[in-house]
Design a protein around this ligand. Structure first.
Ligand SMILES: Cc1cc2nc3c(=O)[nH]c(=O)nc-3n(C[C@H](O)[C@H](O)[C@H](O)COP(=O)(O)OP(=O)(O)OC[C@H]3O[C@@H](n4cnc5c(N)ncnc54)[C@H](O)[C@@H]3O)c2cc1C
Length: 372
């Protein structure tokens, strides 16, 4: 192998992967409070109603259940039921699954970028590449957050779902490539967001088993929480009478049998409906509920409760340039472990595995086919 050539390729490599499934599944540790939405009564009351059991929704539900009665509504099912979700080798297969019940909902933005949104408990953590990093201290102070509280939250998450990766041959070569290309200093294994080259955290354990935000529900206080799965929230319900602005007080959700259910907040000044349905799902639900740009809502026949011109606007994502390097020899399966955090603010990451091409090829085919 020409080492110099490989080093220069690796220094600019952002790889992507995929793979074949193995089969195992684990029972949900919180089976006492997770139910199918068909089991929901027609009308329920809670102190907190959380819409979307994803990365942020599961963490919030677990925390809030320590002091109040929580209803968590998730449109997808359990991640543990899907062997592709739970095994690192199923990463690509999950993303390439475009069936209506897939935990990954493929979409293409209006400017043509292919992406995926989660439809499963645990949200994006059940689909993503598992790379874990703390935010930079600069970011925390710019947001005005309390650094001590943020550090406690990091540990709360890290103790449950984050691991130090076992760095194999491929990722070691990536690390050497980054350092040969001058991506200094080498910071070793750290969760901190620091410039240079580092080994970051991963939500895959040493056997390649995925840990997701759904695992954070193990922290919940079971008597205080109900989780309905396959519960599609269709609308947030607002009180408007004698109020200067609409106030959310309930939600309408649909179960897989097609029955609708209502959930309302108990009386209490601190009670809340929390929208954690993702970067696309949250504004979509607001607009379906009458909060958004008046003109756009009227076009879709939605009664306007509050003109909010910015809802659903300004969506942006980090651009990614992926380079796929074919290999004649089998390459180990790895997702993101080593990262180069550059001075100019971009990140160089790599992943490796045997069937990357199949996934990329599958996505290309989807791209040229209308999506349902
Ligand atoms: C392919 C891919 C790879 C990624 N890799 C990484 C990575 O390695 N590291 C990293 O830090 N980040 C990564 N990310 C990004 C990360 O996963 C997301 O930023 C994060 O999961 C977003 O969390 P969230 O809570 O905002 O939304 P989500 O986790 O998406 O949760 C939203 C939840 O709301 C549910 N929902 C939506 N609408 C409704 C409704 N109407 N009713 C009921 N439920 C609803 C959804 O089913 C979902 O479970 C990746 C993302 C993708 C797509």
């Amino acid at each position: 192998m020409n080492t110099g050539k490989w080093s220069s390729i690796l220094a600019t490599l952002v790889g992507i992967l995929c793979l074949i499934c193995s089969s195992f599944s684990e029972p949900a540790p919180y089976h006492t409070f997770a139910k199918d939405a068909t089991a929901a009564p027609p009308l329920v009351f809670y102190d907190y109603i959380i819409v979307g059991g994803g990365t942020s929704g599961c963490a919030l539900a677990a925390t809030l259940s320590q002091g109040g009665r929580v209803l968590l509504l998730e449109r997808g099912g359990l991640p543990y039921d899907d062997p592709n979700v739970m095994d690192i080798k199923g990463f690509g297969a999950t993303l390439a699954n475009t069936s209506p019940s897939s935990p990954s909902q493929l979409f293409i933005s209006t400017d043509g970028v292919i992406n995926h949104r989660a439809r499963v408990l645990g949200g994006g953590t059940a689909l993503n590449a598992g790379f874990y990093s703390r935010a930079s201290t600069d970011y925390v102070s710019r947001m005005g957050w309390d650094q001590r509280a943020v550090n406690e939250s990091y540990e709360w998450v890290e103790n449950k779902v984050v691991f130090e990766p076992e760095v194999g041959a491929w990722q070691s070569a990536v690390r050497s490539g980054l350092l040969e290309a001058g991506q200094f200093p080498y910071n070793g294994f750290t969760y901190d967001h620091v410039k240079g080259t580092k080994v970051g955290g991963t939500t895959f354990d040493g056997s390649g088993y995925r840990h997701t935000a759904a695992d954070l529900l193990e922290y919940a206080h079971p008597p205080n929480i109900t989780l309905y799965l396959q519960a599609i929230v269709e609308q947030i319900l607002f009180k408007t009478e004698k109020l200067p602005r609409p106030r959310a007080h309930g939600v309408l959700f649909l179960d897989p049998s097609g029955n609708r259910h209502l959930a309302f907040l108990n009386r209490g000044w601190a009670n809340e409906i929390i929208l954690s349905a993702g970067a696309l799902g949250s504004p979509q639900l607001l607009m379906l509920s009458g909060i958004g740009p008046t003109g756009h809502l009227r076009t879709h026949g939605i009664k306007v409760l509050l003109d909010q011109p910015m809802v659903g606007q300004g969506m942006a994502d980090n651009p990614m340039n992926a380079i796929v390097v074919p290999s004649r020899r089998p390459v180990e399966t790895s997702l993101i472990q080593i990262v180069g955090i550059t001075q100019f603010g971009s990140y160089v990451e790599s992943a490796s595995g045997p069937v990357a091409f199949n996934w990329v090829h599958g996505l290309n085919q989807q791209y040229h086919k209308p999506l349902s």
